[in-house]
Design a protein around this ligand. Structure first.
Ligand code: MG
Length: 361
């Protein structure tokens, strides 16, 4: 049976995905022209748990990648220059770039400091023309390069921004969607990781064109709700809107224990892995380079009552969390504990208006 014709992918929608090229490393290289042409990474120290946050293309040629442990990257590329992360600087640069976006689009959805979707549907100019102009402004005002994808929806725009990276752009026009997705590896689809790709390979699916041979009911049976998403995505359909994202106010992790913890000593032992996880999240995408305002510990007792202890604090300090846990624990009056959470609250970011002014300075 032939699959039904897909509905037009939102006629007139012009979505642009802008992705800065090796953002953190590119900023550092701009500040240090003497390092140009050399393999450079930004990230944690080689000892212990340090990982690379970003690296430039010279370093990638040696097989270095972001999120790779620094010691491993140095094995692959002994000449690699690893610079410490300077989030304040990257945040400031990101604000400048967002203020450029705001001159072109009302609807902006930042995904991280260096990536955003722009909905330019209301503009009379062509999407590719606008994307080129935005990239030109970014280069002129920051000295940094960006890549862009232009498409009728977020899914395709994000895939397309990778097509001519670095310092390039690619457009998937509405009439080109069908051809574009036919040869597209399913691995490029949103939410398709290694496991799903393997399962798809087992039923003979490598490309979106292969996937289009399966009807909706079959995909739903095999993949559940995600199967419905697959059915649409492999036809280049994505109904998600560009959403100006609300600012993340906090970040935390928590553990519910299989058996309730009887005393504070047991609680303190469980705190350590939570703090490690929190530090890793803060260093990664979830942290977005935000400044920490306070630390908090949440405790839920065996009777499901819960309490939170909080203190102003600029980072994740073990002693502070131990004291907060003790404070929260005491409020239970000796009750056993079923859950512990540890987190940070962020300093609010500058409001849009202020960011725009900052960019104009
Ligand atoms: Mg990027």
């Amino acid at each position: 049976m032939q699959p039904p014709e897909p509905p037009p992918p939102g006629p007139g929608r012009k979505i642009v995905h802008i992705d800065m090229d090796c953002f953190y490393a590119a900023i550092e290289l701009r500040e240090r022209p003497d390092l140009r042409g050399k393999p450079v990474a930004v990230g944690g120290r080689p000892g212990g748990r340090g990982v690379l946050t970003t690296c430039n293309y010279e370093a990638r040629r040696f097989g270095c990648r972001s999120a790779m442990p620094t010691f491993q990257a140095l094995e692959r590329c002994p000449g690699l220059i690893v610079l410490p992360v300077r989030f304040d600087l990257y945040r400031e640069e990101s604000r400048r770039i967002r203020s450029i976006f705001a001159e072109f689009a009302d609807l902006i959805e930042p995904l991280s400091l260096d990536e955003a979707y722009l909905d330019l549907s209301g503009r009379p100019e062509g999407g590719a023309e606008l994307a080129a102009e935005i990239r030109g402004q970014i280069r002129a005002r920051t000295g940094l390069t960006a890549s862009a994808g232009i498409a009728p929806n977020k899914l395709l725009a994000k895939i397309a921004s990778d097509w001519n990276k670095p310092d390039g752009q690619f457009e998937v026009a509405p009439e080109a969607v069908a051809d574009f997705v036919r040869e597209l590896p399913v691995r490029r689809l949103w939410g398709v990781g290694g496991k799903t790709a393997e399962r798809l390979a087992k039923i003979g699916v490598g490309t979106c064109g292969d996937l289009q041979r399966f009807d909706l009911a079959t995909l739903h049976r095999r993949f559940g709700k995600f199967g419905v998403g697959l059915y649409e995505m492999c036809r280049g359909i994505d109904r998600r809107e560009v959403q100006s994202r609300r600012e993340r106010k906090s970040l935390s992790n928590e553990t519910t224990f299989r058996a309730d913890l009887p005393d504070l000593d047991a609680g303190q032992r469980e705190l350590r892995p939570l703090l490690d996880e929190l530090r890793a999240d803060l260093a990664g995408k979830a942290g977005e380079g935000r400044a920490v305002r306070s630390a908090f510990v949440k405790v839920k007792f065996a009777d499901f009552q819960q309490t939170t202890a909080e203190r102003r604090c600029a980072g994740v300090e073990v002693e502070v969390y131990e004291e907060l846990l003790e404070e929260a624990w005491r409020r239970g009056g000796g009750k056993a504990v079923r859950l512990i959470g540890a987190g940070v609250r962020f300093e609010p970011q500058a409001p849009e208006g202020a960011a725009v002014q900052l960019g104009l300075l």
